[in-house]
Design a protein around this ligand. Structure first.
Ligand SMILES: [Zn+2]
Length: 452
């Protein structure tokens, strides 16, 4: 989903002028914006009584009630049939992994230490996961990308085995702009993709080798996942090819694994070159995990304004309503993560944007959908569910503009586009920004992969 950090004025005029040559006058819509209303919504949504808006909590119930009431009040029609809600069934998977991972080579055995050397979990809901003497295969970046003529799994049989792969994509380390997108991370560089691909290949396990630069965050971030719990969509009844075990090993642990195989890190560098061939390392891995799965229902909130001329064509504005809930207290003893900026601000913005559209004398020609999604903080699940179960046909959905944290810096000259060149909204944005004396700028660290 494209993230455009933009000011309100530009967003409104952009959407309004998207309608072709007979662009409506948007000044009456812009005039409807009220700083006081925005502040009021933020104050309500970030109030302690909403307990940090965590999915499934009392905070969710109160948040949904408020959004539904406000959507009705500004005059939005229900966006999902006769309802303002879309149910999002989810599962919380908690894992308890063995403290040690055993790796055996022909002459050498190695015990890796949980948390320090490896962090593993599972997307499966079986009550226990057991890997016993699973072969380890080095599979480069674990990428199958026909458009870049690249297949790290070519000629490899990884069924029932554990693949060890690198983070990011071949263009990153090679620094070669003709490989993938050079330094800029592609979707293939993300760990979520790598785990999915390993599952599709039939691997039983997938371990990504952590490198701070290539991952764009330190191993301590990975360690936050140690024996924790994660949300996923409840995919019971759907066919999924998932690995039993997924996770990371530290760069140092990877060195030890390679040494046990009689190799060194020069093997990893071969993955940056065209013609790379993966290979079994002649090592067997054993580890177990206990798993607990709890099912629960969260909700997206959805309202719409039916288009006057092309009602079948849709433009969607999104902002996630959830935040982190209640956690560790700060020095004052306050344990509620209110999330005023992230993302009460843009959720408030969504309501006010709806009011602005409703205030326009000339009604929007296309259907405008206002979608406040759940569980962004734990993996963008509300968005993922909507994308898999769209209420409005994807083919007739012309644009999705997502808002995450409104600008609180004051007036700015530039609008930053994350994920340059991914779609043509960028061109419209540039034109509209110019009209209000602004310009667009591009993110400074595309290798971080924030776009994804
Ligand atoms: Zn956010």
């Amino acid at each position: 989903m494209k993230k455009i950090i933009a000011s309100f004025a530009v967003l409104v005029s952009m959407a309004a002028c998207n309608n072709n040559d007979s662009a409506p006058d948007d000044s009456d819509g812009l005039a409807a914006f009220s700083g006081d209303s925005l502040a009021h919504h933020i104050a309500v949504l970030a109030d302690d009584s909403l307990l940090g808006r965590k999915p499934f909590s009392e905070g969710e119930v109160k948040t949904l009630r408020y959004l539904e009431q406000e959507f009705k009040q500004v005059g939005l029609e229900p966006g999902n049939g006769s309802s303002y809600l879309q149910e999002v069934p989810m599962v919380r998977i908690s894992t308890q992994a063995d403290q040690q991972m055993e790796i055996k080579g022909v002459n050498k055995a190695l015990n890796l230490e949980g948390f320090n050397d490896f962090v593993i979990w599972t997307d499966k809901t079986d009550s226990s996961i057991s890997l016993k003497d699973a072969e380890i295969v080095f599979a480069g970046y674990g990428v199958v990308a026909p458009e870049y003529n690249w297949n790290d799994y070519a000629g490899l049989d990884v069924r029932g085995k554990v693949v060890m792969i690198l983070v990011n994509d071949p263009g990153f380390n090679a620094g070669d702009t003709s490989l993938f997108k050079g330094k800029a991370m592609t979707y293939y560089g993300r760990w979520t993709y790598k785990f999915e691909e390993a599952g599709r290949q039939g691997a039983k396990g997938c371990l990504i080798v952590h490198e701070t630069k290539a991952a764009s965050y330190p191993f301590t971030v990975v360690q936050n996942n140690w024996n924790g719990s994660r949300l996923r969509l409840d995919n019971r009844g759907k066919k999924e090819s998932l690995c039993d075990m997924i996770g990371w090993v530290s760069a140092d642990a990877a060195k030890q694994i390679l040494a046990a195989a009689g190799k060194d890190s020069t093997l990893l560098a071969t993955a940056d070159r065209r013609g790379f061939k993966g290979q079994p390392l002649g090592l067997q891995l054993s580890v177990n995990m206990k798993v607990k799965a709890e099912y629960n229902m969260s909700h997206n909130v959805i309202g719409k304004i039916t288009g006057s001329k092309y009602p079948g064509e849709t433009i969607i504005y999104t902002a996630h309503w959830d935040h982190l809930g209640v956690g560790k207290p700060d020095e004052t003893g306050d344990s509620i993560y209110n999330g005023a900026l992230d993302n009460a601000s843009a959720t408030a913005g969504l309501i006010e944007l709806a009011r602005a559209f409703k205030s326009m004398k000339q009604k929007p020609e296309r259907t405008i959908v206002f979608l406040s999604v759940t569980a962004e903080e734990q993996g963008l699940w509300g968005s993922a569910y909507y994308a898999q179960n769209p209420v409005y046909p994807v083919k007739q959905t012309l644009a999705n503009i997502n808002m995450d944290g409104l600008n609180y810096y004051g007036k700015t000259k530039e609008l930053i586009v994350v994920g340059r060149g991914q779609n043509d909204l960028e061109d419209i944005l540039q034109e509209e920004a110019k009209k209000v004396g602004r310009d667009i700028a591009f993110e400074t660290k595309p290798e971080g992969g924030s776009y994804y």
